[in-house]
Design a protein around this ligand. Structure first.
Ligand SMILES: Nc1ncnc2c1ncn2[C@@H]1O[C@H](COP(=O)(O)OP(=O)(O)OP(=O)(O)O)[C@@H](O)[C@H]1O
Length: 597
């Protein structure tokens, strides 16, 4: 079906708790070519180090035999300098790729988060989602690249070194392997602890994000309620949790690093003891013991990078866990071309306006919550003003959420322009509708940015037209830089009435065929109220306007009033008809609807 809503983005193959390593690899895979180059450079850099003890043995042998030193010394010099240059190039290539992995992960997360269903965002904490994009992705930085190549080159070099040792002297080899195996066993216990502490630490950072979002989302209320101390304590507790987990990670990481160093030292001393005895007994040449010790000394680096890779891997696995959780959230397909699809065509055939019809609609916000709509049925034709009224909690705003497909009904049908909303491509449906929320959100940025949000291609003439229709002229004249004045986080520098008119102007600029207006419950001054009413009435001449009405002046000018109560439509009529026939409406008109001042 053209407009079918994708209720769940398929989780990438292999995702889920069972395959975190594969998911980690998914992030690195697009960079395989560069990774191989970086890895090869690192590996070759490492090999030159591995060759150094062998050449050193040649130097010692040449010294002992009185042979010329020029060639072995030259080879040693090339190995030292060349190896350093190659290793540095490898490090840069890998670090650059690491940054690319983070960028790709962030882009993927941003795209997913913006396509989340409203229902998911209602359920989640935005601050935590933000920390997944900003903080968790950085953990992928090294793990997806340098850790992988460190692990691979570490394993290869270790295997090469161990093979050389086995050839040089089986007894010393046995001693070394014994010490390394004991260390590997201990690491098996330490590493999972690093992983668990990292997950908990990242969760605490996410919680801090949520708490910050909570505080700054209602900063004035926090101040006015004198809640700074209480909110500060919550934040402090989360910060402390993140610190504790960070300290845990630091402790375990220090232990694993020390263990690795200690293992090499113990192996070194044991080999020195056992090897020295064997040299004294004439079972081993002194140059072989020196070469063996150099080899062991050299293996410190691959062993340390292996341990470091394993430690970073724990961080990466923790990040993947939190990043992948976003992939399992429900997404919607808002990218569909708005000019195609059955819905768009059907509405055009209907003359460009969009009639609304609800037939026996049943709805609840979640399976464990009570029903909000119990069979809502009403029609609003393609033109004119329809007012929805009813006591608080009757389900009026929910009607708008179903029209915008923020949620899907559990029963019945919602039609726009004669087409069931599920059959509309979502982008086309939303471009046909102008929606003004009750609290008329205004975003940080300039007035122009706020207006153009819904219609980026609107011309200066279009803007001038909506400014005129929504009576924003006086505001523009007052603002120092006109349309390019910043209006603050959530529009804090303009008044409530101005915010409402900016929100209506934004919705109108979209050229909607249906306007949904959730009227503010706050009282406006008489001039503002009359201005808004006239704007809405003008718009309703051409298209269908649905208003969740809180003002008597709005309902008296509506052609049709739908009275809702406890999730049902109890009456439909004009103001005069309903005053005569419906008791609840009479009460609402007398007590709850705001009257013009
Ligand atoms: N996102 C949500 N999740 C869960 N329940 C919700 C959600 N939004 C609204 N509700 C509940 O659904 C019911 C209807 O809410 P709705 O906002 O549609 O009422 P309303 O008639 O518009 O009320 P008001 O006039 O006070 O704005 C209420 O009981 C409300 O608590």
């Amino acid at each position: 079906m053209a407009g079918a809503q994708r209720t769940e983005e398929p989780v990438p193959e292999g995702a889920g708790p069972k395959a975190p390593l594969r998911r980690l690899w998914d992030h690195a895979r697009p960079h395989t070519g560069v990774l191989v180059v970086g890895g090869l450079l690192t590996f070759v850099g490492g090999l030159t180090g591995l060759a150094q003890p062998l050449v050193a043995k040649l130097v010692i042998d040449a010294l002992a035999e009185g042979d010329p030193l020029t060639t072995p010394l030259f080879v040693l010099g090339v190995l030292v300098v060349g190896g350093a240059v190659i290793a540095a190039a490898g490090m840069f290539v890998l670090e650059r790729t690491a940054q690319s992995v983070v960028l790709a992960a962030r882009r993927q997360l941003v795209a997913r988060l913006l396509r989340l269903r409203v229902a998911e965002v209602d359920r989640l904490k935005p601050g935590d989602l933000v920390s997944r994009i900003t903080s968790d992705t950085t953990l992928l930085r090294s793990v997806a690249t340098s850790s992988i190549t460190n692990a691979v080159t570490g394993v290869l070099l270790l295997a090469g070194g161990i093979a050389l040792m086995a050839v040089m002297d089986p007894v010393l080899f046995g001693v070394t392997i014994g010490v390394l195996a004991a260390t590997a066993l201990i690491m098996g216990v330490v590493l999972p602890r690093i992983g668990r502490a990292t997950v908990a630490g990242q969760a605490a950072v996410g919680e801090m994000g949520s708490l910050l979002e909570r505080v700054f989302g209602a900063f004035r209320t926090v101040k006015a309620s004198g809640a700074e101390r209480a909110e500060g304590e919550r934040l402090d507790a989360a910060a402390l949790r993140a610190w504790r987990k960070g300290v845990d990670v630091a402790g375990w990481t220090a232990l694993s690093g020390t263990l690795a160093g200690l293992a090499v030292n113990i192996a070194f001393l044991t080999v020195l003891g056992v090897g020295g005895a064997r040299v004294a007994a004439g079972a081993l040449e002194i140059s072989s013991l020196i070469a063996f010790l150099m080899l062991l000394f050299y293996l410190t680096e691959p062993i340390t990078s292996l341990v470091q890779a394993a430690t970073e891997l724990q961080g990466g696995l923790a990040a993947i866990h939190r990043i992948d959780e976003v992939a399992t959230l429900q997404q919607e397909d808002t990218d569909t071309d708005t000019d195609t699809g059955a819905g768009a065509g059907a509405v055009r055939a209907d003359g460009g306006s969009a009639a609304v019809s609800f037939t026996d609609v049943a709805f609840r916000y979640a399976p464990d919550l009570p029903m909000v709509h119990h069979g809502v049925t009403f029609d609003a034709p393609g033109r004119g003003l329809t007012a929805l009224v009813g006591p608080s909690g009757a389900g009026k705003t929910t009607v708008f959420s179903l029209l915008e497909r923020f949620y899907d009904p559990t029963g019945g049908e919602v039609r726009v322009g004669g087409v069931e909303v599920r059959d509309w491509p979502i982008a086309a449906l939303r471009s046909a509708i102008g929606y003004v929320e009750q609290d008329a959100p205004v975003l940080d940025g300039t007035l122009r940015e706020n207006l153009l949000m819904a219609a980026p291609n609107a011309t200066a003439a279009d803007i001038a037209d909506v400014v005129e229709r929504t009576r924003l002229g006086p505001l523009l004249a007052r603002l120092p830089e006109g349309l390019d004045s910043r209006i603050g986080h959530r529009g804090t520098t303009i008044s409530g009435g101005e915010r409402q008119r900016v929100a209506i102007a934004r919705a109108l600029l979209r050229g909607p065929r249906l306007l949904l207006l959730d009227e503010a419950t706050s009282q406006l001054d008489a001039a503002n109220e009359a201005a808004l009413k006239n704007t809405v009435l003008e718009v309703a001449r051409d298209i269908s306007v649905l208003v969740v009405a809180h003002r008597l002046s709005t309902v008296t000018s509506a052609e049709r009033i739908v009275v809702m109560d406890a999730g049902r439509v109890r009456a439909v009529g004009t103001h005069a008809e309903l005053v005569a026939a419906d008791e609840l409406y009479r009460d609402l008109a007398a007590s709850q609807l705001l009257t013009a001042s």
